[in-house]
Write a protein that binds this ligand. Structure first.
Ligand SMILES: Cc1cc2nc3c(=O)[nH]c(=O)nc-3n(C[C@H](O)[C@H](O)[C@H](O)COP(=O)(O)OP(=O)(O)OC[C@H]3O[C@@H](n4cnc5c(N)ncnc54)[C@H](O)[C@@H]3O)c2cc1C
Length: 409
């Protein structure tokens, strides 16, 4: 294959475009150009190689009422979008059957095994030294009771090739200056990390893509054909030897035109970023499990992320979520701007929480890479290596059968 159109320029599309261009495939990336629209902008930046368990499990389903937004938790459903999430939830339930969970767990374990390695290779390819901080993560507990409960849960949760250990009192004391109270306990995970800045990483990837001769078109694809020709919103037409659909939560309408069902939901998350803070740059990504809040120190500021709000990807934001996030930070004693940069965006989530990565069986010129849910930043680099292998007729680094979109009929 000599040329390809990559549709969607979030972290997944951008990483694929760079890998393809670097491999000698003339690549055109088409994206509307609003950097804040996709999930790649506002995420927690965590390279979460430990998250090999899919979220679709009976345990999560049974525990859901306790985690609802109305009960103080992170989980919410947009009533106006019930026609979207109700059928999706039925698929989620089907994916929670023990045999399906075991299959999804095996698929995610294989995909995440070399996720950090792939990121380090991407960092080198994109000439962005120091972008990856492989410093693990801290899951901390403010109360002994919740810490003990969490430990029981972690003891029976697979975490792939990652490891965790108790944090020492010295490590916990590092939170003295930045929280009201010292955490009662914490677990430090190894084998995970974060990027120095999610948008910075995407910018670095796209800059290198252009430097290698890749072409970027600022537009949205409206119609496409399996022969790899597309038409855009502004009426332009492009054609190549192949195309790749990588539009995150917006991928379903394009896949439908290719004859494939992609039961995606927008699992929307909220974040706030403050340049005003006193969070040390050398503290790892910190996860307050009791509050479902993640704090990440980026070069561009301190970011707090939370919430799982099921609905339409582009629905208006619910400002109560940012207010709740402020309350969590105030309760913890985190110094943060009262007027931070607020963001909401959709995780592209399939019912079994396994991304769709591959080549359409019925149209071999059509590739796809979307549905990375909570792990699109983590998995973008390994996904790009897989797409490069497929497009250049090399064996992919892992068995792709579990990632085929045809699993949804
Ligand atoms: C609050 C929050 C925290 C998160 N934290 C983490 C984390 O710590 N670690 C992690 O690994 N993951 C995390 N994620 C998940 C991760 O951000 C996503 O999985 C990932 O960004 C998805 O990337 P993507 O490129 O597939 O999609 P997106 O980033 O959504 O990009 C899709 C792109 O396609 C474009 N597009 C849409 N339609 C068209 C069209 N018709 N034509 C052309 N272009 C189109 C969009 O404009 C957009 O630019 C988080 C997500 C959220 C919301």
């Amino acid at each position: 294959m000599k040329s390809i159109l990559v549709i969607g320029g979030g972290l997944v599309g951008a990483a694929c475009a760079l890998r393809l261009q670097a491999a000698g495939v003339a690549t055109t990336l088409i994206d509307p150009g609003d950097r804040r629209r996709g999930a790649s902008f506002g995420n927690a930046g965590h390279i979460g190689a430990e998250q090999v368990m899919p979220w679709s499990t009976w345990g999560n389903l049974i525990g859901a009422p306790l985690h609802l937004f109305g009960a103080g938790g992170p989980l919410d459903f947009r009533w106006r979008d019930i026609a979207l999430w109700l059928p999706w939830s039925l698929r989620f339930m089907a994916a929670s059957a023990p045999n399906r969970v075991a299959a999804s767990n095996a698929a995610l374990t294989a995909l995440l095994r070399d996720a950090m390695g792939a990121w380090l290779r991407l960092e080198t390819l994109a000439d962005m030294p120091g972008m990856v901080c492989p410093h693990g993560q801290a899951n901390i507990y403010m109360s002994t009771r919740t810490g003990d409960k969490a430990r029981e849960l972690w003891a029976r949760t697979p975490i792939g090739a990652c490891r965790y250990r108790e944090m020492s009192s010295d490590e916990l004391a590092r939170y003295d200056g930045v929280l009201h109270a010292r955490p009662a306990s914490g677990l430090h995970f190894d084998g995970t990390g974060q990027v120095r800045d999610p948008q910075g990483a995407r910018d670095g990837i796209l800059t290198k893509f252009s430097a290698l001769g890749g072409l970027t078109i600022c537009d949205a694809v409206t119609t496409l054909d399996a022969d790899a020709s597309v038409r855009t919103q502004s009426g332009r037409q492009f054609a190549a030897d192949a195309l790749l659909v990588a539009c995150g939560a917006w991928s379903a309408p394009l896949m439908r035109q290719l004859g494939a069902a992609a039961p995606l939901i927008g699992e929307r998350g909220y974040s706030m970023q403050s340049t005003e803070h006193n969070w040390p740059s050398d503290l790892p990504t910190t996860i307050f499990e009791e509050r479902s809040v993640v704090l990440s120190r980026f070069t561009s500021g301190l970011r707090a992320t939370s919430f799982l709000e099921f609905g339409s990807p582009g629905a208006p934001a619910d400002p109560r979520k940012w207010a709740r996030l402020h309350k969590h930070l105030d309760d913890l004693g985190v110094r943060f701007s009262r007027a931070p940069d607020r963001w909401v965006g959709p995780r592209p989530t399939l019912p079994d929480y396994v991304p769709a990565i591959g080549r359409l069986k019925r149209s071999p010129n059509a590739f796809y890479a979307f549905g990375h849910a909570h792990l699109g930043l983590t998995e973008c680099a390994i996904t790009a290596e897989i797409i490069e292998a497929l497009a250049t007729d090399k064996p992919p680094p892992l068995d792709l059968a579990p990632f085929a979109i045809e699993r949804f009929g």
